[in-house]
Each structure stands twice: as structure tokens, then as C-alpha cells.
Design a protein. Structure first.
Length: 317
């Protein structure tokens, strides 16, 4: 092995040892809180079987809007259910009262009235009490010769609700987000980058780059815990965009190999190292700990050998 090869091997080995050192596991620096179905007028979340049912409906609709509303609630707000829209049933328990009035025989009028005593004297009560054994039962002496038994029990009832997307006039959904403060040096870099891809920013779960449409897709700025997290993620995705044939043409216009995990992991390493190098060269803020964790995350998935990392760093730069 030549002296140059020895040096390359040493550098690569040290880099890998650094990557494999103890670092915090990588995590997404932006939030996509699970949108638990809520009632649009009360703001209360649905529970139990309704939570699961409505959440599955939201997934089917491919929506992040968690709001549901009844026909009457929409009418009270001045909103209108679109013609032809189908309602979704929900079920819940409602407390109802059942009252039983008994005329006491003369021999009972001077006794302490208990439920057991009444069942003994009025056998027809036993079946009723068994039916409502989990219910709240209260006995009231109305008059000297009259007793009232009140059974409070849950009854399963149903309603129909509509999703916000089925309602006209409902204001757009605004999720809870972080405050965002632009970093001028990043804004300057982004506005002066020539031949850059399209950048679409909306409320979404993932950040990504599509070479087919040459578009970077980003979550809202306000979804990120810090402004620096947003710019670091955007810089990473812009680094991916250099694969495009209009730029460095890393794959000669054929992106099919990226479907394999080892090739995809390799591209992720290139993008993250590229973003890190750019931040160092133009002297803009970066979070090295997050970058190290991300590189380590994909290094384990890439199944790369020592010599591969040298090539990756070269392509990243």
C-alpha cells in the first residue's frame, strides 16, 4: 500500500471512529403532532371507539385537520354541509333515569326501607334490579305509603358528524406551532443560490427532495423547534438537489438505484455532510451534534466500508 493510500485509510478510519462514538440518537427537529379528532365547536377531543374511528377516517381522507362537527353545530355557526356529503356515525353513553313508584303495604310504613326489603316484598323488582345492577339506584320516601326508586343508567346513543373538509365556511385549520425568527445570513444564502430547485413549504410530516419534479418539500417554518433547525434541514434537502442532471448529475438522470437502502443511505450521507461543509465554508450557524447523529443514523444503514466514506466526503464537498 502506498503512503497516500495509508493516509487516506487513516483519515477515513478516524472519521468512522468519530461517527461511531457515543452521540444522542438522531430525531426529527420538527413537530408533526398526532391530530386527535376534536369537536370543532367545543374543542374537546373524542374518546374511546370514536377516537379510533374518526382518526381512521382522517387517515383515509389524507388530512391533518382533526375537526368534526354535527349538522346542528354547523348550522348554529352559519356553516353549511356540502351537498352530497355523507356523515360519519359516532356513539356514546348518555345517562338516563328510570323511575319506579311503589305503594307500601301498611306493615312496611313504619319500617326502614331498604332495597333488599323491597325486593323481598315485591319480587318483580328483582329482574329490574338485575338488569341495572351496574347503575346508581336511589330510594326516596315520597309519602308515608309511597316510595320512589330512581335508577340512573347509561344508554348507548349515536350521532352523526361531518369532517371539516365536508363543511363550507369553516375557517382553515391552524395547528399549534413554534415562533419562527428568520436568520438573515441563511435568507441571504437561499436567495442568492443560482439554479436552485422549487421549494414548497406547507404543513407536512416530512422534508424531502424529488428529483423527478426537482422540488424540495419542507414542513412549515413554525413546525421546527428552532429557526436553525429549519435552515439546517432545508440546506440538507438542497444538498440532495445537487444530484439532479441540471447540477452535479450524480446518477446520470437515473434515480432508480436510490430505491435500494444502501444507495439511499449513501445519498443521505452525501447530503448531510454537504450541508455541514457548506455551513462551515460560508460561516453560518449549524448544529454539529444533530449532524453527527444524522450521519451516524444513516452510516449504520449504508453498510459502507472504510474506503467508501472517503468517496462520499469527496462527493459531498
Amino acid at each position: 500500500m502506498s503512503k497516500l493510500a495509508d493516509i487516506k485509510a487513516q483519515i477515513t478510519k478516524e472519521l468512522i471512529q468519530f461517527i461511531l462514538a457515543d452521540t444522542e440518537p438522531w430525531r426529527k427537529p420538527w413537530i408533526t403532532p398526532p391530530q386527535i379528532p376534536i369537536n370543532a365547536t367545543t374543542g374537546k377531543p373524542y374518546r374511546g371507539i370514536n377516537l379510533i374511528h374518526l382518526l381512521l377516517k382522517q387517515l383515509k381522507l389524507k388530512t391533518r385537520d382533526p375537526r368534526w362537527i354535527t349538522f346542528l353545530q354547523a348550522k348554529e355557526k352559519g356553516w353549511k354541509i356540502r351537498k352530497g356529503e355523507k356523515a360519519t356515525p359516532i356513539v356514546f353513553y348518555k345517562l338516563q333515569e328510570k323511575e319506579i313508584t311503589l305503594q307500601l303495604s301498611e306493615d312496611l310504613q313504619n319500617q326502614i326501607i331498604t332495597l333488599d326489603l323491597l325486593i323481598t316484598r315485591y319480587p318483580q323488582l328483582e329482574e329490574i334490579i338485575k338488569k341495572y345492577k351496574e347503575s346508581d339506584i336511589q330510594i326516596d320516601l315520597m309519602e308515608k305509603n309511597t316510595v320512589k326508586i330512581t335508577i340512573t343508567h347509561p344508554v348507548l346513543v349515536y350521532h352523526y358528524v361531518f369532517h371539516a373538509s365536508q363543511v363550507e365556511g369553516m375557517p382553515p385549520f391552524k395547528p399549534q406551532l413554534f415562533n419562527f425568527n428568520p436568520i438573515p445570513v441563511y435568507e441571504k444564502l437561499l436567495t442568492r443560490t443560482p439554479n436552485s430547485p422549487k421549494i414548497l413549504i406547507d404543513y407536512r410530516e416530512d422534508a424531502s427532495y424529488s428529483p423527478v419534479t426537482d422540488t424540495v418539500y419542507m414542513p412549515l417554518k413554525e413546525q421546527f423547534e428552532t429557526s436553525l433547525d429549519f435552515y439546517a434541514t432545508l440546506l440538507h434537502e438542497l444538498s440532495h438537489s445537487t444530484m439532479h442532471e441540471k447540477r452535479l448529475n450524480r446518477y446520470n438522470g437515473n434515480y432508480e438505484p436510490l430505491r435500494k437502502i444502501e444507495n439511499y443511505a449513501r445519498e443521505e450521507l452525501i447530503a448531510e455532510l454537504s450541508a455541514f461543509i457548506v455551513s462551515l465554508k460560508v460561516r453560518i450557524p449549524f448544529k454539529p451534534s444533530d449532524s453527527y447523529a444524522y450521519v451516524k443514523h444513516w452510516f449504520f444503514k449504508s453498510q459502507l466500508k472504510f474506503k467508501d466514506l472517503y468517496k462520499i466526503v469527496k462527493e459531498a464537498e
